[in-house]
Every structure is written in C-alpha cells, then in structure tokens.
Design a protein around this ligand. Structure first.
Ligand code: SF4
Length: 373
C-alpha cells in the first residue's frame, strides 16, 4: 500500500483525556467559525463524527466540498483520495487538510497511473472499438485525471449505473477501475451477463488476459477490491436467513457479486442509511458495510428496529480509523498557531483533468439501488 508518512504528533496528545481533546476541538471550531469546515465520512468513529459540520459518503462529501465557498480550511476526516477530490473541487484558496496522512485506502492503491497507462496502450492497440475509462471515486487523483483526459469519468456507488450508461453512449467498451466488484455488480444489474466481463490483473503479465479476451469483453474490470467489503460472504447471508427468516439483508456494492445476489438490496452507503431510515418499526436488518456505520445505526434504532452487521466479525476500515481526536486536535492546534499541516495538494495539470472526471460524476447524480435480488 502507498502510505504517506505521518510524523508522530507530540506526546502530549496521548496524555490528554477525551474531554480535554474535545474541549480543544470545540474551542477551535468556535474561534474559526465559518472559516473552518470539518467533513466526516460515515465510516468514521463516533468520536470524530460528533465534531463534523457535515457528514456523508464519498459522493455527498464531494458535493459538499465543491459547495464550500466561504471556508478557508476544509479538514477532511476521511481518507487520502477523498481529501484529494476535495482539493480538486474546491477553489485554490481553500486548504484541504487530512489530520493523519497515513489514512489511505487499500483499494485506491491497487491502481497506479503507470499500470493504467500500460494497460491502456495495449487495449487501445487491440480494440477496434472506442474504449472509455471509468474510475470509482476511490482512486488516486492521477487515475481520475487520466479518465478526465480520455473522455471518461469518475463514479461513486450511488451513480455507477448512470456513469456506465454515459460511458456506453460515448464508446463501445469500458475499462473500470479500481473496484472489480462495483463494476461487475453494476454492469450485471444493467442486464449485461458475466460473460461480457473480464478481470485485468496489473500484477500479472499481460494483465492475465489474451488479446482475444480483451477484444471480446465489453467490460474490462480492474483487479481491485475493498479489503473491508470483501469480508462479507455468501455463507453469512445463509446463516442470517436461517437464524432470522424475517431479517432483510442490505449490502454495499463493493461486496462480491455472489453476496449481492444473496442480499435483498444493494446500494451506496448513503442509500443504506436512507433505506434503514425509512424501514418500518420492528423490521430486522443485517447490513454488509463498515462497522462504525452499522454500530451507529444499531444504536440509533435501539428498541425500534433491529440492525446488526452481516458479519460476525468486525469489518473495520482501519485506515479510516487512523483519524482520531488526538490527530484532529493537533491539526487544529497547529492551524490556530498559523501552521497549515497535512495539506493535500494535487498538482495543477492533474487537477485540471481530474476536475473534468469529477464534474461528469457530479452531473450524473441520481441515487438508485445498484442491484436487487
Ligand atoms: S472501506 Fe474500503 S474502499 Fe472505503 S476507504 Fe476503507 S479500504 Fe477504502
């Protein structure tokens, strides 16, 4: 995994109690007022979400970042690719900060620009058809920039279908990065059989595919995945159905196709939140997504709706978890002292092209379930 180096923060932060850290953070929020906006991803721990001015999934946070016209500082409590997207979408005078630089994303790290350029050169040479590159927003700015430059776009799990429709209106073939599962689940839900898809593995010679396979495929799916969502299994779905026949299963489309097929619904994080919110009192839900969000919803609905994780084990995004109150307090203390730390800056050329890809994504916002049983 590509991990940015986060220098250790001063030892005093580990000695501060939770209330002391909270007091500092709250005091800074008051002092900075509208100049500071804290964005919190749904997968953040409660100890961070309580300080967020705005919360959401990656799509919603991208939209919110783009709307920040008065803020000078956006502190992004999420992971590195999200902070990059915020930097791309905000004006140049807005500084985007990530409280802990080691908060990366294993999926985003599974596709590098060198690998994509190598794959692209081969595919473009082989295919008579026009190929459109589409990247899930969970990717590096350089990958987004490549897509923007080649008539492609970004997507999120909320609008992957709309973006694939966009891609197929502009070309005959799609290369989808980095999450093979989101690509497969979405294309399948659109009516394309699995036989129209191949998986390109950048770690294998020639991507592990023959020229003929590449020529015939409609969808070339990059061999990437989310280390959290791949922990959900078909067996867990079977066990839930057996132990509680009334329980509905809802999963994120980063889960494997087999799991999505067994679930009652699949949808983005924001959609999962909405479905549970609108679910009738007394309903039972097994949820296949990150544990901080599942636990938060389970607490929120205690006594009204039964919400539990689909997995018996804790499916935690460990990199997201690196953002803790100590790092947030340190980041704000430094800001108050006039030192901008951990600023995430995308170079101007990449920014220009990544903005094209992200803008196309934002132009196709419409939350729909990716797949239903
Ligand atoms: S949950 Fe998965 S895709 Fe999302 S940030 Fe964590 S590792 Fe990346």
């Amino acid at each position: 995994m590509v991990m940015l180096y986060q220098p250790p923060i001063p030892a005093e932060y580990s000695r501060l109690s939770e209330p002391e850290l909270a007091d500092r953070i709250i005091a800074h929020k008051k002092t900075f007022g509208d100049r500071l906006v804290i964005l919190g991803h749904h997968y953040q721990q409660d100890d961070i979400i309580r300080f967020a001015d705005l919360t959401g999934d990656s799509l919603k946070l991208s939209q919110l970042a783009a709307e920040q016209k008065n803020a000078e500082f956006v502190v992004f409590c999420g992971v590195h690719f999200m902070a990059e997207s915020a930097d791309v979408l905000t004006d140049d005078n807005v500084a985007v900060l990530l409280p802990d630089l080691s908060a990366g994303c294993s999926m985003a790290d599974m596709a590098t620009l060198d690998q994509l350029e190598e794959a692209w050169a081969r595919i473009a040479n082989l295919a008579d058809a026009k190929v459109i590159p589409i990247t899930y927003v969970n990717s590096a700015a350089s990958i987004k920039g490549f897509c923007g430059q080649h008539d492609g776009a970004c997507c999120t799990s909320s609008n992957a279908r709309q973006i694939l429709e966009y891609a197929l209106s502009r070309g005959e073939k799609v290369i989808f990065l980095p999450d093979q599962h989101l690509g497969r689940n979405t294309a399948y839900a659109m009516g394309y059989p699995l036989e129209t898809m191949v998986v390109y593995d950048p770690a294998t010679e020639n991507g592990g595919l023959t020229d003929e396979q590449l020529r015939e495929a409609k969808f070339i799916l990059w061999n990437g995945y989310c280390s959290v969502h791949q922990l959900f299994t078909e067996q867990q779905c079977d066990e839930v159905r057996q132990s509680d026949p009334l329980c509905k299963i809802i999963v994120h489309p980063e889960c494997k196709w087999e799991v999505v097929q067994k679930a009652d619904q699949a949808g983005s994080t924001e959609r999962i939140v909405k479905v549970l919110d609108e679910a009738p009192e007394g309903s039972h839900w097994a949820v296949g997504t990150e544990i901080n969000l599942v636990n938060r919803m389970a607490n929120q609905y205690t006594g009204r709706k039964l919400v539990q994780s689909l997995a018996g084990l804790q499916c935690l995004c460990t990199t997201m978890y690196r953002i803790d109150p100590a790092h947030l307090a340190w980041c704000l203390d430094e800001l108050a002292a006039g030192r901008v730390v951990n600023r995430i800056m995308v170079d101007p050329e990449t920014k220009k092209n990544a903005r094209i890809a992200l803008r196309r994504m934002l132009d196709h916002v419409q939350s729909k379930p990716v797949a239903t049983k």
